[in-house]
Design a protein around this ligand. Structure first.
Ligand code: SIN
Length: 536
């Protein structure tokens, strides 16, 4: 006996994109938020720097658009950039109405929003809540969503796969009809039924050995959408954050770019700045440039890391502006007021994803994607810092408005198609967990060694060969053993890793986040979003 649940809107994921969408959709029908851990666990909650938006007197939409296009290395879609940037102030107002407490300061007796600066921004435009902006936003959105009677939360529920018309045997235009999900506590597979499925599952940092991302970032949405036949774009553009703390225990801890925005300088082990050798913007150049420069310095000097030096700032300033980073560093034995912080680049953000328009529409009817999981064309070949929370909030709002205009819930019941219960077949208990962990480690290590900041055809080929074998093994597990959360994540990791490798192998140029020694020049004939992979 399996359970089927029906909703007008089915949202997968509970970061800024998922919760912003759910809050809007709740005005129009029933909403399920299906999320694989506690709802507060998301990439959003880990965001330190803030949310970029034009609010300052010296700023303008044109400037923000220009900075985004410049960081994106020629592959942003300008109309998408302009639409998202222009909608920003309205979405910031929404967040403030929900109680998000952005930092302010006094200016001539007037309270004004305190704006931070990050790499690639020509002016101060990052709204922040100390150095835990994401947590502040996530908590306020979650409190509002939990108070909505029409939003039901399904936590610790792992989406397995999309249910589509084709999978049910219809040979027509494909349409998404819902998802199967594993309820981790009971082990039951539930069919969630909806004509409006919104993937907001975030990114895939866990594909790499070193990442600033939380454990939930396993590429689930992209992998599921790809398996279902939706178009996936630009997956070669994985952003490496230049400054992840280099520490034997705290491997995922981010040293926010805002630290450099407030005067932190990248230095080598002798304390000498080096970014002037790479870009006129020095430590605040766009991330692709800074991460590549650090990679080069580490290889050149043979040292394990470089350093961010912000010792020029008073201790009190650091404690007030960066309380979380200050204390975490101190607990790790680093006093950032008196010593430089050791850092290395680490996988941070997936700029590609499920191909969508600026309203979150994918290539498949009934399927929408918002936030890091989606590729709208905002980021191009390299995301401008702090544009991601902005995109999540703006596109969620646009997507809901678009859906209720064009695909409104009709309240019709029963639904047109019967969804068969999940067939488990002849399953056995998975007693070879060790193999799963081994495969998990192997994927992350090979992606780090062969598909990170500097690539070559040979390394990509090696990665592809190994991933083909791993994929076969994971598929065998998937069909023969009882499904577990670990197995589902492993399956998504291997599919996502393969999409990154295949996309990277097809780009015979260097641009933004994709840098290959075999094709160091940029090929200006290539338009945005032309690395599209779609399963037929
Ligand atoms: C940071 O705080 O450096 C991260 C901001 C971002 O990735 O947008």
């Amino acid at each position: 006996m399996s359970t089927t649940r029906e909703f007008d809107f089915l949202v997968i994921g509970s970061g800024i994109a998922g919760l912003s969408f759910a809050l809007q959709a709740a005005k129009h029908g029933s909403v399920a938020v299906v999320t694989k851990r506690d709802a507060v666990e998301s990439n959003t909650a880990w965001a330190q720097g803030g949310i970029s938006c034009v609010t300052g007197p010296d700023d303008s939409f044109d400037l923000h658009v220009a900075d985004t296009l410049d960081a994106g290395a020629g592959l942003c879609k300008e109309d998408v950039v302009r639409a998202i940037v222009s909608d920003g102030p309205a979405r910031i107002a929404d967040l403030m109405r929900l109680g998000v407490d952005f930092d302010t300061h006094q200016n001539d007796g007037m309270e004004e929003i305190d704006l931070g600066k990050e790499g690639g921004h020509s002016t101060r435009r990052i709204l922040h809540a100390r150095d835990t902006t994401g947590r502040e936003i996530a908590e306020k959105l979650l409190a509002a969503a939990r108070a909505e009677p029409t939003i039901a939360f399904f936590e610790n529920h792992y989406a397995i796969d999309l249910i589509t018309k084709r999978k049910l045997g219809f040979v027509t235009e494909d349409q998404c009809l819902g998802i199967y999900a594993l309820a981790e506590d009971s082990g039951e597979i539930i069919s969630f039924r909806s004509d409006r499925v919104i993937l907001c599952t975030g990114g895939c940092g866990k594909v790499y050995l070193y990442t600033t991302n939380p454990g939930v970032a396993t590429g689930d949405g992209v992998a599921m959408a790809w398996r279902a036949g939706a178009a996936i774009a630009d997956m070669e553009f994985i952003q490496f954050h230049p400054t992840c703390l280099y520490h034997h225990k705290l491997r995922s801890f981010l040293i926010s770019e805002a630290v450099r925005g407030e005067g932190g300088v990248l230095v080598d082990k002798h304390g000498n700045p080096f970014m002037q050798n790479y870009d006129r913007r020095e430590s605040l150049a766009p991330r692709d440039i800074v991460a590549r420069a650090i990679d080069h310095e580490i290889k050149r000097t043979g040292g394990p890391c470089v350093y961010v030096d912000i010792t020029g700032k008073p201790r009190k300033f650091l404690q007030d502006r960066f309380p979380y980073i200050y204390q975490t560093c101190l607990d790790a034995g680093i006093d950032m007021a008196t010593e430089a912080i050791p850092v290395v680049p680490a996988a941070h953000y997936q700029c590609g994803g499920i191909q969508t328009d600026v309203n979150g529409r994918t290539s498949m009817r009934g399927l929408y994607a918002v936030g890091e999981v989606a590729c709208t064309g905002l980021h191009g070949a390299n995301r401008l810092a702090s544009n991601s929370l902005l995109e999540g909030a703006v596109v969620a709002h646009r997507a809901c408005a678009d859906i209720v205009t064009h695909d409104p819930p009709d309240g019709a019941s029963p639904r047109e198609y019967d969804i068969p219960a999940w067939v488990s077949g002849d399953v056995q208990d998975l007693d070879e967990l060790v193999v799963i962990y081994h495969n998990w480690d192997e994927i992350r290590r090979l992606m780090w060694d062969y598909v990170s900041i500097v690539r070559t055809d040979k390394r990509l080929k090696r990665a592809a060969t190994r991933l083909t074998n791993l994929r076969r093994e994971v598929q065998e597990f998937y069909w023969n053993f009882k499904i577990t959360a670990d197995l589902l994540e492993l399956r998504n990791l291997v599919d996502t890793a393969s999409l990154i490798v295949d996309s990277a192998a097809s780009r015979k140029e260097s641009r933004g986040l994709h840098y290959t020694l075999d094709y160091p020049a940029t090929d200006d004939s290539r338009p945005p979003q032309d690395t599209v992979l779609q399963r037929t």
